[in-house]
Design a protein around this ligand. Structure first.
Ligand code: SIN
Ligand code: FE2
Length: 217
């Protein structure tokens, strides 16, 4: 059932609202602040640097990635998986900041998923023209848990498809500070990100950063 509620205000803040875009999909504009998140992004990238992973098909991804938490999402010749060790540094991924997991849990709860405790955060960095082709997040163990995504920096068009790759994706503009939650009936929907337009953000710089929180293990 698609909910088209008016916008309920956050219980403890009046600066943003929850927009139910489809069953299991909620957008919270201005839920996070780039100035709060960016120092930890930089600290994580000092330990486990952003890198362009190579897909099993041999393509270099235009999005640069790193991870924090109990494991990280990685590509291999044989496929995709979560690994507790960063293959680049051969050390564990940096821990997830507690403030991040708390924020992600709160976003999930506001979207209708009350028990979300992420163990992994994939950090994506999009430079101008970088994009992410349609895919499903299907490497996690428990699809009852939603995906929570925070976007900071330059705006991007999030492409929200459906259960089949053939469903024409809906275009959702994600702005600096937006949280997007997808779970329940939308958990395995195809999704992607359109090519990033050039620009500059005062704190994040000439790029967009997206954090996706998952319960992977
Ligand atoms: C993802 O699908 O993993 C990232 C989505 C985004 O960058 O908004
Ligand atoms: Fe994804």
């Amino acid at each position: 059932m698609t909910r088209l509620d008016p916008l309920p205000l956050f219980p403890d803040s009046d600066r943003a609202a929850v927009r139910h875009l489809a069953a299991g999909v909620a957008l919270m504009p201005g839920f996070v602040d780039a100035a709060d998140l960016m120092p930890a992004v930089e600290a994580i990238a000092e330990i486990s640097p952003f890198r362009h992973m190579i897909t099993p098909g041999g393509y270099r991804m235009s999005v640069a990635m790193t991870n924090c938490g109990q494991a990280g999402w990685i590509t291999e010749r044989t496929g995709y998986r979560y690994d507790p060790v960063d293959p680049l540094t051969e050390r564990p991924w940096p821990p997830m900041p507690e403030s991040w997991s708390r924020l992600a849990g709160r976003a999930a709860a506001l979207a209708g998923f009350p028990d979300f405790q992420p163990d992994v955060c994939l950090i994506n960095r999009y430079a101008p023209s970088a994009r992410l082709s349609l895919h499903r997040d299907e490497d996690e163990r428990d699809f009852d848990q939603p995906i929570v995504s925070f976007s900071i920096g330059l705006p991007a068009v999030f492409l929200l498809g459906g259960e089949k790759r053939s469903v024409k994706p809906r275009r959702i503009e994600l702005q600096d500070g937006d949280a997007l939650v997808f779970g329940g009936p939308a958990r395995l929907f195809y999704h992607g990100v359109g090519p990033l337009k050039a620009g500059a953000h005062p704190i994040v710089g000439e790029c967009r950063i997206n954090l996706t929180f998952r319960r992977a293990l």
